[in-house]
Design a protein around this ligand. Sequence first.
Ligand SMILES: NC(=O)c1ccc[n+]([C@@H]2O[C@H](COP(=O)([O-])OP(=O)(O)OC[C@H]3O[C@@H](n4cnc5c(N)ncnc54)[C@H](O)[C@@H]3O)[C@@H](O)[C@H]2O)c1
Length: 388
Amino acid sequence: MADGPLKVAVVGCGNIGNRHAAGYLATGSTELVGVADVIKERADGYAEKYRSRAYGSAEELLAEQQPDLVSVPTPPGTHAEIALQALAAGASVLLEKPPVLSLAELDALAEAEAESDGKVYVIFQHRHGSGAQRAHRLLSGGELGTPRVAVCETLWFRPRSYFDPDWRGTWVGEGGGPTLGHGIHQIDLLLHLLGPWKTLTATAVRLDRPVQFEDVSLATVIFENGAVGTVINSLLSPNELSRIRIDTDGGSLEVDHLYGYSDADWSFHPAPDAARAATFGLNPGERDADASAAEAEWNPWTASAGEDAPSNHQAQISRLVDDLLAGRTHETTLASTRPTMEFVSALYASSLNGGPVDRAELVPGHPFYAALNGGVDQADIDKAMIIG
Ligand SMILES: NC(=O)c1ccc[n+]([C@@H]2O[C@H](COP(=O)([O-])OP(=O)(O)OC[C@H]3O[C@@H](n4cnc5c(N)ncnc54)[C@H](O)[C@@H]3O)[C@@H](O)[C@H]2O)c1
């Protein structure tokens, strides 16, 4: 990678593109060499706002500029094609979530990545706040105990008008419902914390919204480490929340937020441990003010508190830029997000075909490897997803 500043570009000058452009500028170690949008006026607006050059497409931008890194905050159905163009030009890519619309697309990108000087990274900003980094470190090191039970909830609300833009609500443009487009943040964080899943059984239903896929999905999951969990994704839940809870044999770890957390949104409640508590003169069944001070000494979560870094685009983008300038691997690679895309693919496979799906099944030749709707006729999808 170049000796700084890192040359970056943004393709897709809509809503979330702002977080990319502003995120790069805030690092102080990038140069925004170009911005592009198929609606050229949007690129012009970005160019003025973020002091860059405007282009009407990724091709035009890549023909004139040689960015080190290209952000792709465009509709999900366009990610793979733009990423392939950037890789062919030797640039690295930062894809918005969901990175691609199928495992087949993911593997095609991985092949192109192997042939390119560039690498593909994915925005999953909730891996990058201090809470997730601490949880990952403590769970991997066994300091929070053995995971047993997990609950993962994305209960969000999107009115019918949310689906007005042409690309939303369709398999081709948006790619899927709350499983792929919204719950994927929590699903990715859950898998990042617990490790890969093994088997899942799911139901996806369309209760109200004008879409080709689900507006609510539910899954039960068995993880490779032996833990079990439930995952729910909804766009029909007015009092919105995003929550992950992991019960280990050492305690309950929980993050309860909405679109981003800070350290205050995380907690760990140690399991009652009579012998340990007694050494601090505490009764494990009773909590009082003195207890909390003493507990901080033996609660591995409170004892490991450090600087609070909220989870947002800025958190991941500044880590990515630092990693690239230092020649380090940024952890949210295409490969590391594969289990998340496998989970989403399996959820649709299980809900449309019935029965459990093993992660190992999702190889070329499996219909849900090629497409998240499994190539099933839309009329049959409607029949399967609409209750009654
Ligand atoms: N990480 C997050 O928290 C988060 C939140 C919301 C959305 N997103 C993701 O960000 C992406 C964009 O979402 P948005 O809400 O900003 O959409 P948007 O519609 O506001 O913006 C997308 C922009 O891309 C442009 N575009 C479309 N096709 C293009 C192409 N081929 N080349 C260049 N430009 C093209 C459109 O004209 C539009 O300006 C999606 O992948 C979405 O899932 C991520």
